[in-house]
Design a protein around this ligand. Sequence first.
Ligand code: AFP
Length: 364
Amino acid sequence: MPLFQRFTLTQYLIEERRRFPGANGDFNALILDVALACKAIARAVAFGELGGVLGNHNGEAGGSVNVQGETQKKLDVISNQYFTRMNEWGGHLAGMASEEMDDAYQIPAQQPRGNYLLVFDPLDGSSNIDVNVSVGSIFSILRAPQAVIDSGRDVIEADFLQPGSKQVAAGYALYGPTTMFILTVGNGVSGFTLDPNLGEFMLTHSHMQVPADTHEFAINASNSRFWERPVKRYVDECLAGKTGPRGKDFNMRWIASMVAEAHRILMRGGVFLYPRDTKDPCKPGRLRLLYEANPIGFIMEQAGGRASTGHQPMLGVQPTSLHQRIGLVFGSKNEVERIERYHAEPASTGQDNPLFAERSLFRT
Ligand code: AFP
């Protein structure tokens, strides 16, 4: 399709804004600032070692550690700086929060403050960056509490603790063979591909939909001995394939970059599981609620898929802390609903009877 027939991200946002005659353009400008940060990160990722951006932050000796207790890569820190610097000046934000920052980020005193909160994981999958595997950025936009808007006060943790259903926009950038920007503003999901010559995100995927069924699942199988019973049952049935109760064979994928998994699922269906497990009793899951599970969950639900803790819809969870972790299952609606059913069944349903004892293909 000739370039002049494609919509840019800016044109798409203007079209969307026409649904809200009273809109003042703040929201669109914020999304474009986020997109600019993602373009800057895409460039840094593409240059890799040529730009001296690989490896651990503060040198190879283990590097610095973030609030998650995880070693920070140089690009984690650089990506976080792109997000804060490119979004703090526009006057659209009351504050920010990031996987890479312990506390909420205050808009500098010399900058105007706005009506929104931006929450993000600036570089997801960063353990893959040194081995040139796709990584991404994830973002979520919330409305700031009215008291914050009225007073212009500094933000506090409580201002961010809103359920995922309160998101006004969410999306991700995927730094893969092409750089893509996937966005929902609550009216379906659209995909934009970066034209490296123009430096513009061009609309290439409209009204993206997750197929309701799938034969593909994604889980880190090395954790199988820590899984709860419903997860073990689900995975065993997938592995049993045609010979088991599902009556069809399944394929497994695990990229260890959730953004890449989410994009595959958005494009061709599938289910992703990073469930709560017993590996580290202090951690109720690996992934973070506010800037990973909620934005990806919003995208999936807007695309006709489903996102869940396994026990309840993800977007209904009331957050209790900024960096809260949570078990996450998302993807093809019918598969996620099956996993939720398994979690809802009483644990003692015949399963304690040796005749019905589950035989896991993963030796416990
Ligand atoms: P990193 O950003 O630390 O690489 O973590 C990526 C992630 O949060 C998510 O993107 C992956 O799906 C998941 O962790 C991978 O977890 P494992 O390292 O346990 O496979």
